[in-house]
Ligand binder design. Sequence first.
Ligand SMILES: NC(=O)c1ccc[n+]([C@@H]2O[C@H](COP(=O)([O-])OP(=O)(O)OC[C@H]3O[C@@H](n4cnc5c(N)ncnc54)[C@H](OP(=O)(O)O)[C@@H]3O)[C@@H](O)[C@H]2O)c1
Length: 260
Amino acid sequence: MAFHPPACRWSRATSYHQVVRQPATMNVVITGASGGIGGALVSNLLEDEQVRSIHATFHRARPAIAHPKVSWQRLDLTCESSIRDWASDLGELDWLINAAGLLHDVDSGPEKSLHQLQVDFFMKNMSINAAPALLLAKHTQDKFDHGRPAVFACVSARVGSIKDNRLGGWYSYRSSKAALNMCLKTLAIEWRRTLSNVSVAALHPGTTDTALSRPFQRNVPAHKLFDAARTAAYLVDVIRGLTPENSGEFWAHDGRRIEW
Ligand SMILES: NC(=O)c1ccc[n+]([C@@H]2O[C@H](COP(=O)([O-])OP(=O)(O)OC[C@H]3O[C@@H](n4cnc5c(N)ncnc54)[C@H](OP(=O)(O)O)[C@@H]3O)[C@@H](O)[C@H]2O)c1
C-alpha cells in the first residue's frame, strides 16, 4: 500500500520545492546505508526521478541493493583519513544524510543506571554518533559550494534532547546524540556565513524496527513502531521541507521542531 503522510504534516506555508527550483538532477550521499533506516532511504530515493546518483556507504557488509544510480563504498566513519579519501572522489552534492549510529554492541548496551557506565562504551558512542557529523562536514563542505539549496542532515534521536529528558538512563547514547545536536547547531552557524545555501538539520526518525531498536521495542505500542520504509518516507518529506532559512534545527519525523 502506498504511504501517504498525514495531511497535517506540513502546516508551514511553503516548502523547499515551492520556494526554490530544484535541480533537475540531484547527487545524494547516504552514510550508514547498510542500516535499517539508511537502507530504506536508499530504496526510497532510488524511486525519485530528481535523484541522479546515490553515493551509499556501509561499514561491515555491502548491502544487496544494486541499481545504476547507486554506488557503494565501505567507510568507517570513525576514521578521518578514510572519510577524507572517500570524499575527495565525490563531485557536487545536493543532499548528505548520515544515518549511521550505535545504541548497543555485542558487549554493551544503554545504561539503566550510573553503575553500568563504562568509559570505553561512552567514547564509542561519541565516536560513532557524534564526531562523524563534523568529519563528514569538514571533508565534504567544498562539494556544497555550488550556490544551489542543499541539505546536510544527520539522523539523531529525540533522547538527545536535553529539554525532553524525563526518564534518565542511557547516559552514553543520550550524551552522544546531544553532542551530535550541538555539532549540527554549531555547524549551521558557521555555514550560515560560509555556505549559506546549505540547510543543516538533526532528524528524529521515530522508533523504527531495525537491529538498533529491536532489543528495546517491548514497551513500544504497535502504532508507534514504524517499519523502515515508512520512516524513510517521513524523513525524506521532512528534508524536502528544509530551506537555508530554517537551518540549524532539530526535526521530528512528523515535521515538528524538537527543542534542543
Ligand atoms: N531505530 C530506531 O528506533 C531509532 C530511533 C532513534 C534514532 N535512531 C537513529 O537512526 C540512525 C540509524 O539507525 P538504525 O535504526 O538504522 O540502526 P542500524 O540498522 O543498526 O544501522 C546502523 C548503521 O550505522 C552504521 N555504522 C555503525 N558503526 C559505524 C562506523 N564505525 N562507521 C560507519 N558506519 C557505521 C552501520 O553500518 P554496518 O551495519 O555496516 O556496520 C549501519 O549502517 C542511528 O543514528 C540511530 O541512532 C534510530
